[in-house]
Write a protein that binds this ligand. Structure first.
Ligand SMILES: [Zn+2]
Length: 256
């Protein structure tokens, strides 16, 4: 069956002398693997640079039923993300996004909302002049919601005091259900949650409630950003056990 879909390139492997096996996250079919014959042939590469990592392309493939490898026949760039290489924060944030997608998404499970979120996030990083890593944090929070284990950031699950109008010194976030109890409540009850500062909580709430594009307006200190990444990765690992630490996030950690 010949099909056409938009897709973002997540990963690629050398295949044979002149070809590549490319993993993409596609709008219609979710994560799929395709063989791009001749994609590494300098004389006749009909795919141009449309199969470079992170590229948003429009692809045509011969999709084989009950197979996990399909044949790519055509690929054209929709959006190249040319400014992604401007600085290391942008490049590692973009790479972390596709690494995360490749790690957590199952094969051939379509989710158009996640696809749009991915494209919007890559576009925001590409256009940004600062705080590109915030986009990745926003992506985590919004992805959790899409997966059905979103974090309940609005209010304390015990006393119902709201995050927006209170200055919690710290809160205890329970990884199992994404609910938190505030510092006052945690004096009276034991909680096995992860302790995070009130500032981290407010930042996460901002990222969850606002469009991805707004995340880059937020100034986050490197100490706080590292804590946010650690919290997001612990939360993800609790819910999806197979997740490893993201290599590209480790690169962001070491950037000061
Ligand atoms: Zn409380």
């Amino acid at each position: 069956m010949i099909v056409e879909t938009e897709a973002v390139v997540l990963h690629s492997l050398i295949y044979g002398d002149t070809s590549k096996i490319v993993t993409v996250y596609s709008k219609k079919y979710g994560k799929i693997k395709v063989v791009a014959k001749g994609a590494r042939n300098p004389k006749s590469n009909k795919f141009g640079s449309s199969l470079e990592l992170m590229t948003h392309s429009s692809i045509v493939l011969y999709k084989k039923e009950h197979k996990d490898l399909h044949l790519l026949s055509k690929s054209e760039i929709v959006y190249p993300f040319n400014r992604m290489q401007d600085d290391s924060e942008k490049i590692f944030s973009g790479l972390a996004l596709i690494e995360l997608m490749n790690m957590v998404m199952h094969d051939e499970e379509e989710n158009e909302i996640i696809f749009s979120l991915l494209v919007e996030s890559l576009q925001t990083i590409d256009k940004s002049t600062k705080n590109g890593a915030n986009v990745l944090l926003a992506f985590f929070v919004k992805m959790f919601q899409q997966f059905g284990f979103g974090i309940s950031l609005e209010s304390c699950s015990s006393c119902a005091r709201k995050t927006a109008v209170n200055e919690f010194q710290f809160v205890q976030l329970r990884l199992s259900d994404g609910k938190f109890i505030c510092s006052s409540c945690s004096k009276n009850q034991t909680s096995s949650g992860v302790k995070i500062s009130g500032g981290i909580l407010k930042t996460l709430l901002f990222l969850q409630e606002n469009p991805v594009g707004k995340s880059v307006q937020l100034s986050i200190s490197t100490v706080m950003r590292d804590e946010l990444f650690a919290t997001m990765q612990s939360y993800l690992r609790y819910h999806i056990e197979t997740v490893r630490t993201l290599k590209s996030v480790s690169m962001l950690y070491s950037m000061k």
